[in-house]
Write a protein that binds this ligand. Structure first.
Ligand SMILES: [Zn+2]
Length: 387
């Protein structure tokens, strides 16, 4: 029997470059990897032979009319990943190609059913997607499961049960960490050496990338700016300290403050928008999207409250910038999906420090793929690209 082909570190590095850039010439690869053209020719020949990559003839335009250049790209059928993203009340499942294309996606509501029953449905659903897409089992490289921070204590049990139900390698990780991994894999050539990712959704979470690698520190707590002290109201945090960012920006806290104004009838615009619907987080987000789109006036107490929240956020970013000095802070999550919130945070940063380099604060360009790309990144980085 022929000896199985084993990827070396250089093979994997070529795959990594192609994943990020899409197409590259051998010459460009040689430059990027500081290897000789002969070495690159040998390495790419291995990868072509074993169907990891393909050659494409690209007709060059402009300067050299009619000249062809041979570019390399990943094989279209390199493999696929199943992904499961655990949210508060549902799980988003999908099958994506290694290159990042989502082939099919759906959501399963968790509801009140027993966990075993639900997991059974979940596995059935994702398997029927695979069959529908006519993808063979051996083309599934793995299943990437991303969890919100509040689910992480169940990670081990979930892993054990799911692994009994599915025949593929299973990777489970905190969403914020998996999402950071996705930025390292799929961002097109930006020099992303030091960055801080910050999510403001149902919960707050942050991940620090240093020297192009996710930094976990000794307690996996590094870069956790959700516990930076930002206020002086003496609010107790779950971590035992007082006035952490989390105690001011948790969605429950924000919603409760808005409710107080709402019952006092201080928010007539919001009341008109809601009609008979109750004031929930979903409705609040729907309203904020409406504000973004219509640029209609807001009730002043609501705007003041959101500005105050943005002020706390800005204070934490300012401290994080001073301590960690990231090239970029990438923000994402349901609150940062609103132009209004992002704008308020930038405004407040400039109030605190008129010289703050606001271009350092960016919204993640993977934001809209966050539910699928996190699990995909786990599979790609840990099954395909790691030894
Ligand atoms: Zn805390």
């Amino acid at each position: 029997m022929a000896k199985a082909f084993v990827l070396t570190e250089n093979h994997r590095l070529i795959l990594r470059h192609l994943l990020r850039e899409g197409k590259l010439s051998r010459k460009r690869l040689a430059t990027l990897m500081h290897l000789t053209p002969a070495a690159i020719t040998r390495l790419t020949a291995d990868l072509i032979k074993h169907h990891y990559i393909v050659e494409k003839n690209i007709l060059m335009k402009a300067k050299s009319v009619g000249r062809k250049e041979i570019l390399l790209s990943l094989h279209d059928n390199l493999g696929y990943a199943m992904t499961m993203d655990w949210q508060i009340d549902e799980v988003i499942i999908a099958i994506s190609s290694i290159q990042g294309k989502v082939l099919q996606k759906s959501a399963l509501v968790i509801g009140n059913q027993p966990m075993m029953t639900f997991l059974g449905h979940l596995v059935q659903q994702v398997e029927s997607m695979r069959v529908h897409l006519k993808i063979s089992e051996r083309k599934i490289l793995g299943v990437g499961v991303s969890l919100g921070a509040s689910f992480m204590h169940d990670a081990e049990e979930l892993h054990d049960i799911l692994q009994m139900l599915i025949p593929y390698p299973l990777l489970i990780e905190r969403h914020a960490l998996a999402f950071a991994e996705a930025h390292l894999l799929y961002t097109d050539g930006q020099a992303m050496e030091d960055l801080l990712l910050f999510s403001w959704s149902n919960s707050l979470s942050s991940t620090l990338v240093m020297g192009g690698k996710i930094y976990q520190g000794s307690h996996r707590q590094a870069g956790n700016i959700e516990h930076l002290p930002v206020g002086d109201q003496g609010r107790l945090c779950g971590c035992g300290r007082k006035d952490c960012l989390q105690t001011y920006l948790d969605f429950g806290v924000i919603l409760e403050q808005i409710r107080q104004q709402f019952v006092l009838d201080n928010l007539p615009h919001l009341r008109a928008f809601l009609g008979d619907n109750p004031l929930t987080l979903t409705e609040l987000h729907r309203y904020l999207f409406y504000i973004d789109k219509e640029a209609t006036p807001m009730d002043p107490p609501l705007e003041a409250l959101l500005r105050e929240c943005a002020g706390y956020m800005a204070r934490a970013f300012l401290v994080a910038t001073r301590i960690l000095d990231p090239q970029v802070i990438l923000c994402y999550g349901t609150f940062f999906a609103h132009d209004l919130i992002y704008r308020l945070v930038v405004e407040q940063l400039l109030v605190l420090d008129p010289h703050y380099p606001v271009h350092h604060l960016q919204r993640s360009w993977l934001h809209y793929q966050r539910a699928t790309v996190a699990g995909l990144a786990l599979v790609v980085s840990r099954v395909l690209l790691e030894e």
